[in-house]
Each structure stands twice: as structure tokens, then as C-alpha cells.
Design a protein around this ligand. Structure first.
Ligand code: OGA
Ligand code: MN
Length: 299
């Protein structure tokens, strides 16, 4: 039996059934998943039972995996292997993190609209987030369709954005949640990087906004003017008609295309409820300013 794709919205969000991601996928199942993924951009696979190695094996079907940032390394006793980001609120002893835990404070930026790893020269292409434990209330994840948001821009705005590049940095999104306590080594390991503001997704040919709370400034523009432009784009791109809210079920795996979506975690009482979600992330093929990656001149 091949996988079953069940759309939740007409062309952004779909559930996938009859798929057991703990096992190697047949070529035809993988093709069916890919086809759905390029169309919808966010897929939910309910009721998956994955060890770390199985989570990584599924993710590896889509390209080379990212490894976790040095700022999130907690010595040799990490809860997850280097290729799996631990997005939980749990510490090395599997207890809820203290309120002043440094990683907890840095992760606060996940509550801002963003897409993953745009602060890396080679950003993320696909994120696969797996829920091992969920909060009973709160802690949903929201997704916004940046292709639909791009399509709905005025022609004047589309022309204005053509060819614009923004500088993204890890520091910029942490500053927005009041965190700036980085060592000089950490700062040096996370230099600002350029990313285009509009990109074309090769598999669908669709244009997409490419913005995130990691943006520090728009290159070649006075700061105020650039900030106003980015603020305006965020207000536009996160309007309700572009957004889908995912209420997690335990054992959901959600996979999204980082090149054409934004997401944010909604608040929950993370000093009370355990929430154990973990992410494998596939790296993009290059920097988005590279024409081969983004096909910005394709028209
Ligand atoms: C992520 C992320 C948000 C959440 O996994 O990249 O931003 O809901 N997660 O925890
Ligand atoms: Mn994220």
C-alpha cells in the first residue's frame, strides 16, 4: 500500500497516512512523499515510533543533515546525537529546565516567526520535528505559507523586493527576546550572513518570501528604511489566511520546507509541562544568494 495524502488546506498543509517512517521507504513511497511535499510545504505524519537513528535515516532521504550549533552543546552528556536538535524543555537529567537555564533563554526566540538556520551561510532546506512528549495546553506550532504571502503582494512591492538581500544573524533573533550574553568565541562562530528576500523554489517554480526574525538589516538601505520594510513584510506574511496552527499529538512528525514557510512555537507553561520535541534538519544546497540555489533570475 502506498502512502495516503490527506490535505488539511488546499495547498499548504497535509497529513500523510499509511507511512511507517521507522522502516526504509520504498522508492514509490518516497516519490509520493516528495511530490506531496513540494505541493504542500508542510506534512504531518501521525503515530510514528522513532528512535534517533530512524528519525535520522528518514531525514537523510532529503539530503545532508545539519549538526547542532556549538551554543547548544552541553558536553558529552547531550540528550540527542549531534544531528538532532533538542527543542525540549528538559535538562540532561530529563527534568524540566530551571527558569534561568541558558539554552531555555536562547530558545525563547523560537516563539518568534522564523525559518530555520537562515543565520547560517547555508541555511536549512527541510526540518523534521518529532514530538515525544507534548504539553496538554499551549505549545502548538504555527506555520505561514510564504509562497502564498508572496503571491498576494502588490506588483509595486514585488518590484521593490526584486534583488534585495538581507543580513541574518543568530544574535539578531536572540536580541529580540532579550538575550545577548554570548562569549567572544560564540560570537565569532556565528557571523552575519546574506540571504535573498525573495527566492524561487526550484521544484515548484513558485516564488516565495524568505524572511525570518533572524534578519538584522537590509543591505544597501538605511537601517530605518530597511527595518520598516521588514516589519511591513512580517505583518503582511503572517496574516491569518496564510497561517495554519498545528496542535501536536504525541508521536507526530511534522516536516516543513524551510525555503518557503515560516513557523513559530506558541507559548506554554514550560516551567510546569514537559514538552519533548526533537528536530533533524536537512541543509540547503547553497546560500540563497547563489543563483543556482534560488534561481532568482528565472522568469
Ligand atoms: C523548530 C521550532 C517551534 C516549536 O523546531 O525549529 O522553531 O513549536 N519549533 O517548538
Ligand atoms: Mn525553528
Amino acid at each position: 500500500m502506498t502512502v495516503t495524502v490527506c490535505p488539511s488546506t488546499s495547498d499548504f498543509f497535509a497529513e500523510v497516512g499509511d507511512a511507517d517512517l521507522s522502516q526504509p521507504l520504498s522508492r514509490s513511497d518516497l516519490s509520493a512523499i516528495e511530490e506531496a511535499f513540494w505541493k504542500y510545504a508542510v506534512l504531518v505524519f501521525p503515530d510514528q515510533h522513532l528512535e534517533h537513528a530512524q528519525h535520522l535515516a528518514f531525514a537523510s532521504n532529503f539530503g545532508p543533515l545539519e549538526t547542532k550549533l556549538d551554543v547548544y552543546r552541553e558536553g558529552n552528556r547531550a540528550r540527542t546525537p549531534p544531528e538532532i536538535e533538542d527543542l525540549s524543555n528538559l535538562d540532561l537529567d530529563n527534568k524540566i529546565k530551571q527558569a534561568d537555564n541558558r539554552i531555555r533563554l536562547m530558545r525563547r526566540a523560537n516563539r518568534l516567526w522564523h525559518t530555520d538556520s537562515t543565520f547560517k551561510y547555508i541555511p536549512a532546506k527541510v526540518s523534521m520535528l518529532y514530538a515525544r512528549e507534548i504539553a496538554p495546553v499551549g505549545g502548538q506550532t504555527e506555520y505561514a505559507d510564504m509562497r502564498m504571502a508572496y503571491d498576494a503582494l502588490s506588483d509595486k512591492m514585488k518590484m521593490r523586493l526584486n534583488g534585495l538581500v538581507a543580513e541574518h544573524s543568530y544574535r539578531a533573533s536572540r536580541a529580540r527576546v532579550g538575550f545577548s550574553d554570548f562569549s567572544s568565541e560564540e560570537d565569532a562562530s556565528l557571523p552575519p550572513v546574506p540571504q535573498v528576500i525573495v527566492r524561487t523554489i526550484p521544484e515548484s517554480g513558485r516564488k516565495s518570501l524568505y524572511i525570518a526574525s533572524h534578519i538584522d538589516r537590509v543591505l544597501g538601505m538605511p537601517r530605518d528604511e530597511g527595518n520598516n520594510l521588514i516589519d511591513e513584510l512580517f505583518v503582511h506574511a503572517t496574516q491569518r489566511q496564510f497561517v495554519h496552527t498545528h496542535r501536536w499529538r504525541k508521536n507526530d512528525l511534522v516536516m516543513w520546507d524551510d525555503r518557503c514557510t515560516m513557523h513559530r512555537g506558541l507559548a506554554y507553561d514550560d516551567e510546569r509541562w514537559r514538552r519533548d520535541i526533537q528536530r533533524a534538519t536537512v541543509a540547503d544546497v547553497g546560500n540563497s544568494c547563489d543563483k543556482a540555489t534560488s534561481m532568482i533570475n528565472k522568469e
